[in-house]
Design a protein around this ligand. Structure first.
Ligand SMILES: Cc1cc2nc3c(=O)[nH]c(=O)nc-3n(C[C@H](O)[C@H](O)[C@H](O)COP(=O)(O)OP(=O)(O)OC[C@H]3O[C@@H](n4cnc5c(N)ncnc54)[C@H](O)[C@@H]3O)c2cc1C
Length: 423
């Protein structure tokens, strides 16, 4: 078949999906807020099933509920479980995103929503430590970031390496060309936030089930049901699959080659006794955009000085991979830490974590409708930077599912089809 040509079968399927989409019950929208009650005499709320209670699915379920839908959230092992990409202690929230304006705007929205929900639940989720972003010799990414962050209203300092060195003498800025200091940024509690989101969801009337789920048949342009591990079936009006690194296995035709889970190792080193220089009251979160990207979070909750290498590891299966770090990974993390933070020389290793990124081919998220099922939505591709955006994604996906917004081409599945040469 010629590239770009559509088979008769694909055309029929596409037409069916379109017809199904039109047949989806119309939504009543009030004052720009999606009201998920269908028009008509019964005014029964729309039922949405969300599979995956990680950073993407949990917040999506919560915002669907807040916008009026009846929501069933399903997760195989629970929110922020140790297999999930949202597991573990902490995640960085920063707005340095090169030329990608959509992400900067989403970070600004996410920061507001993280704070809003913290206040609502009276639970700490976000620590505003600031973020130090170290530019390497090629600083095009950083130069593109500055105007976008400032235009978005964020408070940003730009320092020479020498100036940064006088403020943070515990850091060796050798090889750093200059530094961005994001004052509004910091870190988020990871697993704990996912659990708080579930608690919030339940207290606001959501229904949660701990089961494995898989999509049932797609017929006439609609997903008909979700099959659960206890043998039951869930029939909802609309469905969201936010299964992080498992998305490729759940939708092999659509996503099998588009979501790649890669092994990532994280190390926590012990800071010297009685020495506050490597704790968050003296040192912001840091990201070193050098030849290899390393990043870290100064000892939170006494767990140690977190050091991680952002380089993608080998492809793994998130269900079966063993979570034992490698000697090579530890050597690289220690070598980097001792160079950049000389006061951490000889620091003992306290804890480790092995996780996985769920990479899309261009590291952009995937937030879109399934091309063959009008009532099925895919949300994923966090690619090592998705956590911070959780609430902003949740709000956005809720609007998409409830018909109050259209898919954003920046996060579309179609862009990946084009990247893959029309496959
Ligand atoms: C080591 C590491 C460091 C990171 N650092 C940062 C950072 O500093 N800042 C940042 O913003 N982001 C960071 N990220 C990325 C971010 O954590 C992820 O992009 C984000 O958490 C992905 O969330 P998710 O909900 O898509 O996936 P997940 O958290 O994996 O959630 C998917 C959920 O689906 C469930 N599930 C899967 N299959 C099924 C099924 N068949 N039935 C039922 N349930 C199912 C799983 O149990 C899981 O709970 C990091 C990721 C890692 C691994």
């Amino acid at each position: 078949m010629k590239p770009g040509a559509l088979s008769r079968r694909a055309l029929i399927k596409g037409a069916a999906a379109l017809a199904a989409l039109r047949a989806l019950r119309p939504l009543r929208l009030t004052a720009g807020i999606g009201d998920a009650r269908p028009a008509g005499p019964r005014r029964k709320p729309l039922h949405v099933a969300v599979v995956g209670a990680g950073a993407f699915g949990g917040w999506t379920a919560l915002y669907l509920l807040r916008k009026g839908a009846r929501v069933t959230l399903i997760d195989a092992w629970g929110p922020g479980n140790s297999r999930a990409s949202s597991g573990g202690e902490t995640r960085v929230i920063r707005a340095t995103y090169g030329p990608d304006r959509p992400y900067v705007q989403m970070v600004v929205r996410a920061l507001a929503l993280w704070r809003e929900n913290e206040v609502r639940w009276k639970r700490p989720l976000f620590r505003k430590t600031g973020v130090l972003w170290m530019a390497g010799p090629d600083d095009r990414y950083e130069k593109a970031s500055l105007p976008l962050m400032r235009a978005a209203g964020l408070t940003i300092d730009a320092w020479s390496a020498a100036e940064a060195g006088t403020r943070f003498p515990q850091v060796n800025f050798e090889g750093v060309s200059w530094v961005i200091h994001e004052r509004d940024a910091g870190y988020l509690l990871a697993r704990r936030s996912c659990q708080e989101v579930l608690q919030g969801f339940l207290s606001e009337g959501g229904d949660y089930r701990q089961r494995e789920a898989r999509p049932g048949a797609i017929q006439d342009g609609l997903l008909r049901e979700i099959l659960l591990s206890d043998g039951s079936r869930l029939v909802a009006d609309r469905h969201v699959f936010a299964c992080g690194p498992w998305l490729g296995a759940l939708f092999p035709d659509l996503l099998g080659e588009r979501i790649t889970p890669t092994r990532q190792e994280v190390f926590f080193f012990g800071t010297p006794p009685g020495d506050p220089r490597f704790l968050e009251e003296r040192l912001p979160v840091w990201i070193d955009n050098g030849a290899r990207i390393f990043y870290g979070i100064p000892g939170s909750d006494g767990r140690g000085f977190k050091v991680a290498d952002d380089t993608r590891g080998p492809t793994v299966d998130p269900t079966t991979q063993e979570r034992m770090p490698t000697k090579a990974g530890l050597r690289a993390a220690r070598g980097y830490m001792e160079f950049r933070f000389p006061g951490m020389q000889g620091a003992p290793l306290l804890e480790t974590r092995v996780c996985q990124y769920e990479n899309s081919p261009d590291t952009r998220f995937i937030i879109d409708r399934h091309p063959r099922a009008g009532n099925l939505f895919i949300v994923g591709g966090g690619s090592g930077h998705g956590f911070k955006h959780g609430p902003a994604i949740g709000e956005r996906v809720a609007d998409l599912v409830l018909g109050a917004a259209s898919p954003d081409p920046f996060f579309s599945l179609a862009r990946l089809t084009l990247m893959n040469g029309g496959s």
